[in-house]
Design a protein around this ligand. Structure first.
Ligand code: ATP
Ligand code: MG
Length: 532
C-alpha cells in the first residue's frame, strides 16, 4: 500500500480514478507475480521483507515465504568473489542513493545465475524507511555476452596471427584498422597506418588502377579482387593480392573490409619463370635451326656423294669407248699379219687418235678434279694476253676454213698485260674455239678481243647449231652435254666446266648466249694490269 511522503512511484491523480485507488495496489500485486523480475521491499537494514514477488522461486529456487522467514539465506548464496559488488549496493543505499550492481549467485538448484540488482532507498523526512528493489535474471544475456567476447577474442587472435593483411577502411578510404602482421609486411606498425589513406601506401603509377578498383567495390556488393603495389616504409615494392568488399550499415556504405595476400615472391618467381620460358623458347629455336642446318649439311653431303658417283660412272663410260676401239683395232692388226700397208696406216691412225682422246680425257678429268678440290695452284705471271690469242688464231683459222667456214678476228694492236696463268688461259680460249668449230657447219666464226676500261674482253661468236634454251642453265656443269639424238657430236662435257672454273679463279667473268639453229656467243672478261 502506498504511504504518504514517498519519493518514488507516484501515481498521478490524473491517471488514476479516486475510487479505483484502493484497487491499484491489488492490480499491481497481481501483475507483479507474472513479471520475470523479482520485486521486493525490505526494512532499511534488510532484516525483514515486506514482500517478495513469486519470481524468486523461478530464479533462486526458494519460495517467497522461505526467504521472508530466513532473510539471510539469500545473502549466503551470493558467490564469495562477487560479494563486494553486493556490498557496494548496500553502501550506496545507506548513502540514500539508489544503485545497480551485478553479481552471481548459486541458486537452490546449484546453478550459477547472473543477477542485475537495483535497490531504491525510500525516504521519509530524509530518513530511510524502506528499501525497494528489482532483481533481473540476466544469466542468458551474460552467457551470450561471454560467448560473444570469447569468439571475438578468438577472431582477434586469428587476425593478429594471420600473415595476411587484414584491414578495414572508412568511407573515405582511410585505414580504421589493420592487423599487426599485415602492417609488418609493409614495415609499419598498425598505428602508423591507421587514419591514413590507403593510396598513401601505394606506388604512384598504380594509384589510378587501385582507385578504379575501389570504385568497383563501392558500386557492387560483391568481393572485388585486385593487385595492390605497395611501397613499404623502407621503399620496397610489395605486391598484395587483395579481396575487398563494401561494409553496409543498412543501405548505407560504412566502409571497406579487405584481406590481402603478399604475392611479391610469387610474382618474382612468375617473372623468373617467364624469363626462363623465353630462354627455353629461344634455345628450342636455336636447336631447331641447328637441326635444320645439320639436315642441310647432310643433304649437301648426300648431293656431293651423288655427284661423285655420277662423275665416276661418267668417267668410266667415257674411258671405255676409246679403249674398246683401241683394243679392237690393235687385235685386228695383230691377228692379220698380211694386212695391206694402207689399212695398217689407217688403223694405226685410229688407234693413235683414240689414245690421244683418252689422254685428253684423263688430263681433263684430273684437271677438273684438282680445281674442284682447290688443289690447283695457278702458275701466275705478268704476260700479254694478245700473245696467247695469236697462236690460237693461227691454229684455228686453218681448221675453220678447211670446214668451209668464214673466220674473222680482231685483236688489239698494243700489249694488254694481265697477271695470271698463261697456260690455263690459253686452254680456256682454245676450249671455246674448239666448241665453235665443233658445233658450226656453215657461216662464220669471229673472235673479237678488246680492252674495255680495266678489262680485257674476248668475244667468240659462231653461226652454229646453238644451244636449246632449256639446256643453257646447266651448260657449265661437268659432263653436261646437249643431247642430240641421231646427231651425237663427240665430247665429254668437261670443256665449259673447266673454262668457268679457270675464269673464276682469275676473278673474271664468263657468259654464254645462244639460240638454237642460229648460233652461240661466248663472252669472257678478264681483269688487266696495264696496257702498253
Ligand atoms: P669437251 O669440251 O669436254 O670435249 P664438249 O664440247 O661436249 O666436250 P663442253 O665444251 O663443256 O663439252 O660443252 C658442253 C655442251 O655445250 C656441248 O656438248 C654442246 O652441246 C654445248 N655447246 C658448247 N659450246 C657450244 C657451241 N658453240 N655451239 C653449240 N653448242 C655448244
Ligand atoms: Mg668443248
Amino acid at each position: 500500500m502506498l504511504e504518504q511522503g514517498e519519493q518514488y512511484l507516484k501515481v498521478s491523480p490524473d491517471t488514476l480514478q479516486p475510487d479505483r485507488a484502493a484497487q491499484f495496489g491489488d492490480y499491481l500485486a497481481n501483475t507483479m507475480q507474472y513479471l520475470d523480475a523479482i520485486i521486493f521491499s525490505s526494512t532499511p537494514d534488510g532484516g525483514q521483507y515486506h514482500f517478495i514477488t513469486s519470481a524468486i522461486e523461478r530464479i533462486i529456487g526458494l519460495s517467497a515465504e522461505q526467504v521472508i522467514k530466513h532473510p539471510m539465506s539469500l545473502l549466503r548464496m551470493i558467490l564469495k568473489e562477487d560479494y563486494p559488488q553486493f556490498r557496494a549496493l548496500i553502501d550506496s543505499v545507506r548513502r540514500k542513493m539508489p544503485g545497480t550492481v551485478e553479481y552471481r549467485l548459486r541458486n537452490q538448484r546449484g546453478e550459477i545465475v547472473y543477477l542485475k540488482h537495483t535497490a531504491f532507498p525510500v525516504l521519509l523526512n530524509d530518513e530511510i524507511v524502506r528499501i525497494d528493489g528489482v532483481v533481473y535474471d540476466v544469466t542468458s544475456q551474460k552467457l551470450n555476452e561471454l560467448q560473444l567476447r570469447k569468439s571475438e577474442e578468438k577472431l582477434r587472435g586469428l587476425i593478429e596471427t594471420a600473415d595476411d593483411l587484414i584491414f578495414s577502411l572508412d568511407r573515405q578510404g582511410n585505414f580504421t584498422s589493420v592487423n599487426n602482421a599485415g602492417a609488418l609486411n609493409l614495415e609499419y606498425l598498425p598505428f602508423e597506418m591507421i587514419g591514413k589513406h590507403f593510396l598513401e601506401f601505394v606506388s604512384e603509377e598504380h594509384k589510378a588502377l587501385i582507385a578504379r578498383s575501389f570504385q568497383e567495390i563501392l558500386k557492387s556488393k560483391k568481393v572485388v579482387t585486385f593487385d595492390a603495389f605497395f611501397i613499404s616504409k623502407y621503399s620496397k615494392e610489395i605486391i598484395f593480392e587483395i579481396n575487398a568488399r563494401a561494409m553496409y550499415e543498412g543501405a548505407r556504405i560504412d566502409g571497406v573490409l579487405g584481406i590481402g595476400r603478399n604475392i611479391t615472391n610469387r610474382r618474382a618467381t612468375q617473372e623468373k619463370m617467364k624469363e626462363l620460358n623465353n630462354k627455353l623458347i629461344e634455345a628450342n629455336r636455336i636447336i631447331s635451326i641447328e637441326r635444320d642446318r645439320a639436315k642441310q649439311k647432310i643433304s649437301i653431303l648426300e648431293e656431293l656423294n651423288r655427284l661423285k658417283n655420277e662423275f665416276v660412272s661418267n668417267v668410266s663410260h667415257e674411258l671405255r669407248t676409246p679403249l674398246a676401239s683401241i683394243i679392237g683395232f690393235a687385235e685386228t692388226m695383230d691377228s692379220d699379219r698380211d694386212m695391206p700397208e694402207e689399212m695398217r696406216v689407217e688403223f694405226n691412225q685410229i688407234i693413235l687418235n683414240e689414245a690421244k682422246r683418252l689422254a685428253k680425257l684423263i688430263n681433263d678429268v684430273l684437271d677438273i678434279s684438282k680445281i674442284e678440290e682447290g688443289k690447283v695452284v695457278l702458275n701466275k705471271s705478268e704476260f700479254n694476253l694478245v700473245e696467247i690469242l695469236e697462236p690460237l688464231i693461227e691454229q684455228y683459222a686453218k681448221k675453220i676454213q678447211d670446214k668451209g667456214i668464214v673466220f674473222w678476228y680482231e685483236l688489239p694492236k698494243h700489249k694488254v698485260i694481265t697477271f695470271g696463268d698463261k697456260g690455263r688461259l690459253y686452254q680456256v680460249v682454245e676450249n671455246l674455239l674448239s666448241n665453235a668449230l665443233k658445233f658450226t657447219n656453215e657461216g662464220r666464226i669471229t673472235l673479237l678481243a678488246q680492252t674495255l676500261y680495266r678489262e680485257f674482253e674476248i668475244i667468240i661468236t659462231d653461226t652454229g647449231i646453238g644451244i636449246p634454251k632449256k639446256d643453257l642453265p646447266y651448260i657449265f656443269q661437268k659432263f653436261y652435254r646437249v643431247s642430240r639424238p641421231g646427231a651425237e657430236i663427240p665430247g665429254t662435257g668437261l670443256g665449259l666446266a673447266f673454262v668457268k672454273q679457270i675464269v673464276d679463279l682469275h676473278k673474271g667473268f664468263i657468259t654464254l648466249q645462244s639460240e638454237e639453229h642460229k648460233g652461240t656467243t661466248a663472252i669472257i672478261k678478264l681483269p688487266i694490269l696495264k696496257q702498253e
